[in-house]
Design a protein around this ligand. Sequence first.
Ligand code: UD1
Length: 367
Amino acid sequence: MKLILVSGARPNFMKIAPLIRAIKKHNETDNKKIEYILVHTGQHYDYKLSEIFFKELEIPPPDIYLGIGSGTHAEQTGKVMIEFEKILLNEKPDIVVVVGDVNSTLAASLATVKLHIKVAHIEAGLRSFDKKMPEEINRLLTDAISDYLFTPSLDANENLSREGIPQEKIFYVGDIMIDNLFFNLPKAKNSKILEKLNLIKQNYALLTLHRPSNVDDKDKLESIIEVLVRVSNKIKIVFPIHPRTHKNIINFGLNHILTSDNIILIEPLGYIDFLNLIINSKLVITDSGGIQEETTVLGIPCLTLRDTTERPITIETGTNTLIGNNPKKLIEEIEKIMKGKARKANYPELWDGKTAERIIQILISRN
Ligand code: UD1
């Protein structure tokens, strides 16, 4: 069986790493070997958004790098399609495996299905029901054309069934990102990032912010920063800043309001240091998708600066609370957490570190 594994942007790498480990393990013990080619589209290209993850997560260097880079949605999607199609024609894989919901995910799937090659989508079925999020379009369309839909939670199965996806294509396998989290936890616990940043355990909030809906509009970004400066009077904030957000802060001339001594601005971090910062934080404030899941598993309170989430299970059974654009609620929730009144969490079934192995078993048994 020959696979092409596609990755392109930061949140993809932690989903590809466990898959490669599971393929290697399979090949050591089973005669039916899996051949794979790793393609990096180059949607993310900065060292701190890309190469550092390959190093830390011990992902082999990509076999093929497409070097797509930044651009509008159509440019990025179109360029990946054009370049990826050439790879497909050369390599003739049996299945293309895509992960998550970034532009590279959709572009690779679309090029693949038009050549009548099967697509396997890992993290299928998640829905925010907000079509203004580019990721929601990527999710809907990728799922509509995939042959294997590997879901992280049962709400995803329900979404897919509602959209008319046949049951035999849907496989509830759990959350592959959690495989990676468990695998790297011992290393993360040894990270020296706390000393490096002069932080005390449980004494800071960790912040990430990069959604276009939060950072691409000047007024919205300004109001978020103003609230965060207020929050920093209550608790120190550590803010590894995404390049999109950084550029917008500069372009909108908002540096002058981001001046609190209690906000520690740093460059984006690698996986291991970032995980350590989550584990030791009092709480996390974010608009990311994956971090809602990681905090749920680690039992760390997560306050999400969005109106919707495609990961409702992190609210139902996890530690996640949707804050939207409501400064009063943010401050109230932080006060609750600081008084020791954070919600306790159970993490979902099948978030057990074995998702990648289940996926490989399913693919091998059907091909
Ligand atoms: C992308 C994904 C988003 C994911 C995020 C994680 C889509 C539609 N969005 O958003 O789902 O949560 O990755 O980071 O696929 N840039 C750099 N260096 C890089 C890459 C980007 O400086 O290596 C800057 C560029 O100015 C670029 C901007 O960031 O224009 C946005 O990059 P892009 O890949 O379009 O989307 P993200 O915001 O990173």
